[in-house]
Design a protein around this ligand. Structure first.
Ligand SMILES: NC(=O)c1ccc[n+]([C@@H]2O[C@H](COP(=O)([O-])OP(=O)(O)OC[C@H]3O[C@@H](n4cnc5c(N)ncnc54)[C@H](O)[C@@H]3O)[C@@H](O)[C@H]2O)c1
Length: 324
């Protein structure tokens, strides 16, 4: 049954913005390899490189342009069936460059939606905005559900919430077919450790394998809900093809809460003897606990995560070993 939904995207014309990024290039590969899509990749390479899509480079159309460059972006929407809008300024850079953060995460979204409002496209089946569970802030009630109040604590969360709100408004007011996914700490293959904004797990695995210590911000008892990359990619595609995802927002995670100290323990099971150092927290380290409720995406779309932390860490370590 669920396969029949996924099949809708097969051989379709798809655009992925931020398509060289961590989630983006994994999504691009899946769209090409699993669904034979005709994929347009948009990325300005500010936080990535073309190398990320080397294995499918001859099967995609890559445009090194900014999502803010509307003159060059808009003509590419012709006959596109699905748009996955992933281009973003990462949380670690959002406070140092808040204006760019607002422009890429929110303004570009508004510009694209305005384009479709004024140039209605019969081809467009879904515009997917990838938001973040950081919009919940430090919620006192766990696991957090989609309908719980948002409480943004960073520039990044503010601009991601604005991006998703624009997306939903343009669905309600102008019938643009949209869906929104809120990812929770995605990890796994292809998270470049050279990227200063690489997530904690990518950095930990890289440091563990290269004999460096693992830096823990604060006491290590802060928790997150970690999602393996293949699960995040599957949920994102499902949110685009499933009729019940139309006009709605879905958490994507596991409902499992893992502390940074526990992450270190899990890595030590595979790479024994890894050292840690505790360093002061940064301004963005203001969310103590995170665990998200995934009942909505499970009940409505039939999605469940398939890779648990232990398996995900093992797969990530194997991948890093093969690339180091
Ligand atoms: N990785 C996570 O854990 C996570 C968690 C929550 C939400 N998200 C969201 O998922 C999406 C993908 O995240 P990611 O981890 O792959 O990020 P990433 O930083 O790896 O990728 C973002 C990509 O966007 C590109 N980009 C930045 N500014 C651009 C611009 N002006 N024009 C074109 N391209 C531009 C970058 O070069 C990069 O390749 C983002 O929207 C992010 O907010 C990710």
């Amino acid at each position: 049954m669920i396969k029949q939904h996924y099949d809708k995207i097969r051989k379709k014309k798809v655009m992925v913005t931020g398509g060289l990024g961590f989630v983006g290039h994994n999504l691009v590969k899946s769209l090409v390899e699993d669904y034979e899509c005709d994929v347009i990749v948009i990325d300005d390479c500010i936080n990535s490189s073309e190398e990320a899509i080397a294995s499918v480079r001859d099967k995609v159309a890559f445009h090194k342009i900014s999502v803010l460059d509307t003159d060059r972006l808009f003509p590419l929407f012709k006959d596109v069936h699905y748009v996955f809008h992933l281009a973003c300024i990462q949380i670690a850079a959002s406070s140092s460059n808040p204006l760019a953060d607002m422009q890429v995460n929110a303004q570009s979204t508004l510009q694209i939606l305005e384009y479709f409002r004024h140039n209605p496209s019969p081809a467009l089946e879904r515009f997917v905005y990838t938001s973040s569970c950081s919009v919940y802030g430090s919620s006192s009630r766990l696991p957090v559900r989609e309908e719980d109040p948002t409480r943004v604590l960073s520039n990044y969360a503010a601009t991601k919430l604005l991006g998703e709100q624009y997306t939903l408004i343009y669905n309600r007011n102008y019938n643009i077919p949209v869906s929104v996914v809120r990812y929770s700490n995605v990890f796994g293959y292809g998270q470049s450790p050279r990227n200063p904004y690489c997530g904690v797990l990518g950095k930990f695995v890289h440091n563990a394998l290269t004999g460096q210590s693992l830096s823990i911000f604060g006491d290590g008892e802060q928790t997150r809900d970690y999602t393996f990359i293949t699960d995040a990619v599957d949920a994102t595609i499902l949110s685009a093809v499933h009729p019940m995802a139309y006009g709605d927002v879905f958490n994507v995670g596991t409902s499992v809460e893992t502390s940074v100290t526990r992450l270190v323990d899990l890595i030590r099971m595979v790479v024994p003897g890894v050292e840690v150092e505790n360093i002061p927290e940064r301004d963005i380290d203001n969310i103590r606990r995170r665990m998200i409720d995934i009942e909505k995406i499970h009940q409505r779309l039939g999605w469940v995560p398939r890779v648990n932390m232990q398996k995900g860490i093992q797969l990530t370590i194997d991948w890093y070993k093969s690339t180091l």
